[in-house]
Design a protein around this ligand. Sequence first.
Ligand code: CA
Length: 440
Amino acid sequence: MIDETHAAARTSWVTSANGHPAFPIQNLPLGVFSPVGGSARGGVAIGDSILDIGAALEAGLFSGAARDAAEAASGRTMNPLLEAGPAARHALRRRVGEILDAASLDASKVQGISARLLHDAASSSIHLPARIGDFTDFYAGIHHAHTAGSISRPENPLMPNYKYVPVAYHSRASSVRPSGGTVRRPNGQRKPPEQAAPDFGPCRNLDYELEFGIWIGEGNDLGAPIPIAEASRHIAGFCMLNDWSARDIQAWESQPLGPFLAKSLSTFISPWIVTAEALAPFRIAQPPRPSGDPAPLPHLNDAADQAKGCFDIDFQVLLLTPKMRAAGAAPHVLSRSNAAMLYWTVAQMVAHHTSNGCNLQPGDLFGSGTISGTTPGTEGCLLEMTRGGRNPVSLPNGETRTYLQDGDEVSFRGTAHRDGYVSIGFGECRGTVTEALPAG
Ligand code: CA
């Protein structure tokens, strides 16, 4: 639903929000933060600041359904708000938009107490927004699946199930981390083809994967599948997700049950939940399947979902090497992609995940799978960009990379655009590789 919260003319008295690349007043993403010297609490990102939801409650700025929603969003995790469903999120969004609106009746009163309500984002710690019960990683980027498959199986890159099943595996929730930290190069079993037996040591082929993250809101009971037509009301919001991947460990360990330690080393996310409501203007039709592809089976096929279930979000992957950092160079854009490259919609992922009766819970996280296009410069990971490490990437300063080296920083940017609307973004999903622990 598109309403006054999306109006392009709306500006905020928080002046850094006006023209902000990620967090203008039309976004209002939800997260959990600690201000300097303070405890963790719920907030809304607005420009370079964070609105403290609990402080706004104490100031008496909420009533009715918005007050209930603000109470659910004011604690150390967003799980209570996620559980409360779309009506609660919407009530909170409308009222927070009003509170921050430069033209609202309350603007002068609210501005008068802004020191109590707002914290500087750059000096705050931003935490995971929710307690993640389960993390499922899909494989819906068909161009990634095709290219990655063609490196190991040139004659048969896509498995026969791919166009029927939104393929996924259960990944690890405990090692999901918010943007900004370091990821240690993992040790693991490596067995390059030329080596007769595996050995144990630092991963040599450490990679990132650009993915769209999906936050589950209301859950479902065990044994009660979510029909495709109802799936979108269970999706609370979105983030960017970096599925760090140890390719050499993955290649050796994945038969027959799929990746394990190659993926659980850590997953980074942008820590603000960009709500389904904020992204409403940026929904587009799911691109038609190429002729000859099968239609989705009936339980995954819904006309409304096909008409509006895709998102037009541009993503960039940037790399900053230690040499570039020392020279004061800006991060280099390695690739650009778009969420519309996904073969399956997020609603299809939810319907598929629950089709056997599996229960989802508020705060569960999905990854979309690596989002790649079909042309050079649109690859969502180095495995694809370097064709399995065979073709190094050249950087502007003359350095090259096949996979990530210690000290390399990978960051993602994501922005939704549509004519007539203010663009909104996801903030930051950034992480730096550090050296492995001694393997002995
Ligand atoms: Ca992945």
